[in-house]
Design a protein around this ligand. Structure first.
Ligand code: GCU
Length: 393
């Protein structure tokens, strides 16, 4: 299949395998049984799709390059931190931009996630340090152009701390990105070839999200039990994988994560496994290529990736015009992950219906909503995220 289908009548794949059904056909019926099934499924996702997330390095040193106490019109503390990492004598660094609401009366919740074009593009603040030019290469955009993707000021006003770092700092998003990636802390240069597909970009990025969480968790201004991971698109796939691997994330938000994120691989709608494995081989294990033409033979579908966050809260967000990411498919996966939350007495009340735009379908700890518009993160998305997090904290 090399054409792209946008007709629901030709999409198929509305029946997804239940994460609760074991390979021998037996069905999981308790939260205790799910715990071991969960470990098995996580391993299967590592083997077939994302590879393993590298371990923490032996040493992390935080260099506070600058702190301002009057950021975002005086509402926030802003910290710009260079994170230096060392492992077996090898060194690596990446840059974090971190906002914290001022005058807190108690530790606050936080959201961490990676950005596409570098830290200065995410904020209205005109003086944020550029990301290291050697790492950011061609992606750097103008200052502030993606401010709406972060809405720092609005989120600070709602009481959230927010922290981000650029994906390219961790793994340059291209075929030869492996060479100068975080994997260089753990592997010799000879191992960091284009062919070494077990070292994936998505696991490198997820590793970065986990480091951000740890740094925030160690700060008394932050409530370590309420740190969420958020991601848009390829970084939404990343957020889901980070949350699956690090149960210390309080919850996860997948925004327009699409193929290999929240959208089912078994559906032929928008981006397919065929397309994604050809276009972005460095994101995935080589094994995934074997299923590019036969996704129905994968031993899971993406509802199982969603379920790896259970029973912690998960919000799946889609956009009406983002057909490439298969909004209806993202809803179907969410609904087909609900059984796992139900084991914990959570999830939707009954069977959810595909909601109208701007009408959230929020269950207990599991939610879906559809925004009118394009593939993006908007102020509306952040309002929904806030509502969902507040209802589930
Ligand atoms: C491409 C890719 C998607 C990805 C998106 C993004 O469109 O095909 O899988 O989610 O880029 O990250 O913006």
């Amino acid at each position: 299949m090399s054409y792209v289908n946008y007709l629901e009548a030709h999409a198929g794949g509305t029946e997804l395998p239940s994460p609760l059904v074991l390979p021998d056909g037996k069905r999981i019926s308790s939260a205790a049984m799910w715990e071991s099934r969960r470990r098995e499924l996580r391993q299967t996702f590592a083997d077939f799709m994302f590879g393993e997330i590298p371990p923490p390095p032996q040493k992390i040193t935080l260099e506070l390059r600058r702190e301002r106490t009057d950021a975002l019109d005086g509402t926030a503390i802003r910290r710009e931190i260079r994170i230096h990492l060392e492992n077996d004598g090898k060194r690596f660094f990446f840059d974090m931009l971190w906002y914290i609401p001022k005058n807190l009366s108690a530790p606050c919740p936080a959201i961490v996630g990676l950005n596409f074009p570098g830290n200065p593009a995410t904020t209205d603040d005109p003086d944020v340090f550029e990301n290291d030019p050697a790492k950011l290469k061609e992606h750097a955009l103008e200052r502030g152009v993606q401010r709406e993707r972060w809405c720092f000021k609005e989120m600070i006003a709602r009481g959230f701390s927010m922290a981000t770092a650029a994906r390219d700092d961790l793994f340059f998003d291209g075929r030869d990105g492996r060479r100068e990636s975080v994997y260089s802390l753990f592997h010799s240069p000879e191992e960091l070839t284009e062919e070494n597909r077990s070292l994936t970009a998505i696991s490198a990025w997820a590793w970065g999200c986990i480091r951000l969480r740890e740094i925030l968790a160690a700060d008394p201004l932050i409530d370590e039990k309420r740190i969420w991971v958020h991601g848009h698109s390829r970084l939404g796939k990343t957020a889901l994988w980070a949350s699956a691997n690090d149960e210390k994330f309080a919850g996860c938000v997948s925004n327009d994560s699409g193929c290999c994120g929240a959208a089912p691989s078994r559906r032929n709608f928008g981006e397919t496994l065929h397309v994604i494995t050809h276009a972005f081989p460095w994101w995935f294990q080589k094994k995934l290529d074997l299923y590019a033409e036969k996704p129905a033979e994968l031993p899971f579908d993406q509802n199982a990736l969603l379920a790896l966050t259970a029973p912690r809260p998960l919000l799946v967000a889609s956009a009406t015009e983002d057909l490439w990411a298969d909004p209806y498919g993202e809803f179907l996966s969410t609904a087909a992950a609900d059984d796992v939350w139900k084991l914990y007495g959570l999830g939707f009340n009954g069977t959810p219906e595909f909601p109208l735009p701007e009408t959230p379908a929020f269950g207990k700890a599991l939610g879906y909503y559809l925004r009118t518009g394009k593939h993006a993160v908007t102020a509306t998305d952040w309002k929904m995220v806030t509502e969902f997090i507040k209802a589930n904290s």
